[in-house]
Structures are given as structure tokens and as C-alpha cells.
Write a protein of this length. Structure first.
Length: 302
């Protein structure tokens, strides 16, 4: 039996948020990690104190682990969207997966360029972001971490709750709170001091990519709420349950010194602010039509 070709019967919705994000990704998401000059970064690294090296390396290692985790775990969402025949979303998600792989490449390349050859596993902040890692009590359970379990659920579960869980955990919390707090730290610790310009250039480009990822997650949650109004309370409950800013200090810096004087309390406050912003944006879907929500997406700013 010949598969039905969606584009023959209905074409493409070129005004939809996913399609416009796809166009943005084609134009802005093709940067190459190998093109970034890290010469000054290596020189800065040599002059860092031991504690400064530990703090920066800890942050980079956890970003590397996070980018690899989402690269590995994104595919079920793409498959589930394709199974529903949402071609514009599938097209955008192909760029999403490519960008996550590229982010993994950048952080690994950066570590290699610094000449760091030690085992990096001890730098993983399992206490702060356990959703990304395996349960240490049973290393044989390959899907025992929250992210993998949530994303793999989409391989067999097409329920709106399964899609909502994926967008809440992945886009709103891991990217929209955890990663954003990490970017903010790098800006405060390094950019304001003129340090590690190559790393900051990579962070700037990654941040642009992930702003599109967060926009897609926001769109997906808004669409789900419009299609299934009961999901609003469910999504807000999930946000609170998985809130990475609920800890005494932000998720990605729990085990590292404050070697650059950024301040743990300031980082915590930033993470809390990001969490509140994500909830406020989700709340817009409660009283607006999907068409009104479409009009609110200012994609030109991505």
C-alpha cells in the first residue's frame, strides 16, 4: 500500500509556528563549532586558579552531559509527531536534533582544546539534575532517569499527557530554566571580564538555537492546552513537581565553588525568575485561541 503523501493533498502550512521556526533554523542554525577560534580561551585557562578551573569545567561538563542526553532522547518526540502526520513540526524537529548534536560537539571540542584528559565523570552534578542521569543504585536500568523515561514513553503513548510531559521537562525546565541559568553564569563570570571569548561565542550561538527549541516547546504546550483544556492544570502541576529551581541553590551549580564571585544566591534568584517566566508564558494559553497565540510569537527576535 502506498503511503499517503501529505504535501500532495494539503501542501504545507507556511504560516504555522513550526514551519517558521524551520525557516529560522535553516538560516541561523548552520554555524560550525570547528570555526570558533579558541586560542584566547586556552590562554585564559592557563591563568585560572584551581578553583576557577574546577567551577568552569564543572559547568561545561554538565552542559556536555545535558546536550548529549537530549541528543539521544529527542528522537521519540520526532517519531511521535510524524506518526500524527504533523509534517511542519517534524520538519522543524529535524533541525532541532541536528542542533543538539552540534552543541554536544562544541562542548566536547572545547574540553579537548583545553587539553583536559582526566575522567570527567566526577564533575557530573547528579544531585542537582538527576533527571538527566541514571539512578546510581541500579546502573543496569538504561531508562531509569526521568528524561529518557519521559521521552521514550512517546514511542508507544500518543496521549496528550505524554506530549505535555516531554515539553515541560525538556523545553521548559531543562532548556528554559537549567540551561538559561548556566548561560547567565557564563555571562557573569566570563563575558563581563572579557574572558574565554570563544566559549562565549559558542554559548551565544547555542542560546539562539535553544531559543527556537523553547519556542517550539511553548507552541506545543499551547496547542495541547487549546485541544485539551484539562491539560492546563496538569501541566502546571508537572512544572511544580519537576521544578529545578526548587533546590536551595540552582540545579547546575550545586557542587561547585563560587570562584568568580557570581554568588550562589544570585544564581538561585535567576533560576527562580526563569521558572516563573515559563509558567507565565504557559498561562497565556488558558484564555486565548490558538490563532491569537500564533500572533504572539515574535519569531523575528529569535
Amino acid at each position: 500500500m502506498t503511503r499517503h503523501i501529505i504535501t500532495l493533498s494539503k501542501g504545507l502550512d507556511m504560516q504555522s509556528v513550526p514551519y517558521r521556526l524551520y525557516q529560522k533554523a535553516k538560516r541561523l542554525g548552520t554555524w560550525n563549532p570547528e570555526d570558533i577560534d579558541l586560542t584566547q580561551d586556552v590562554n585564559d585557562w592557563v591563568h585560572f586558579t584551581g578553583e576557577q578551573k574546577r567551577e568552569i569545567l564543572g559547568m561545561i561538563v554538565n552542559f556536555l552531559a545535558g546536550e548529549e542526553a537530549v541528543t539521544v532522547d529527542l528522537l521519540p518526540l520526532l517519531i511521535a509527531v510524524a506518526r500524527e502526520g504533523r509534517l511542519e513540526e517534524e520538519m522543524y524537529l529535524t533541525t532541532f536534533l541536528f542542533e543538539e548534536a552540534k552543541h554536544t560537539e562544541f562542548f566536547r571540542l572545547f574540553i579537548n582544546t583545553l587539553g583536559v584528559t582526566e575522567d570527567l565523570t566526577p564533575y557530573l552534578n547528579r544531585r542537582g539534575i538527576p533527571m538527566l542521569y541514571l539512578d546510581d543504585t541500579d546502573a543496569t536500568q538504561q531508562d531509569s532517569n526521568t528524561l529518557t523515561r519521559t521521552m521514550n514513553r512517546l514511542l508507544t503513548d500518543d496521549s496528550p499527557e505524554a506530549f505535555a510531559d516531554a515539553a515541560v521537562l525538556y523545553n521548559m525546565l531543562i532548556e528554559g530554566v537549567g540551561a538559561e541559568t548556566g548561560y547567565w553564569f557564563f555571562e557573569q563570570a566570563l563575558e563581563k571580564r572579557g574572558l574565554m571569548p570563544g566559549l562565549m561565542e559558542g554559548i551565544r550561538l547555542i542560546k539562539k538555537d535553544e531559543s527556537r527549541h523553547i519556542s517550539y516547546g511553548t507552541y506545543l504546550l499551547h496547542r495541547l492546552i487549546q485541544e485539551h483544556p484539562h491539560l492546563y492544570e496538569y501541566i502546571m502541576q508537572r512544572m511544580d513537581e519537576w521544578n529545578p529551581a526548587e533546590q536551595p541553590i540552582p540545579s547546575m551549580i550545586a557542587n561547585y565553588p563560587d570562584a568568580f564571585g557570581v554568588g550562589l544566591e544570585r544564581r538561585f534568584a535567576f533560576a527562580q525568575k526563569q521558572f516563573a517566566i515559563r509558567k507565565q508564558i504557559i498561562a497565556r494559553a488558558k484564555d486565548k485561541s490558538l490563532e491569537e497565540i500564533y500572533r504572539q510569537f515574535n519569531l523575528e527576535s529569535l
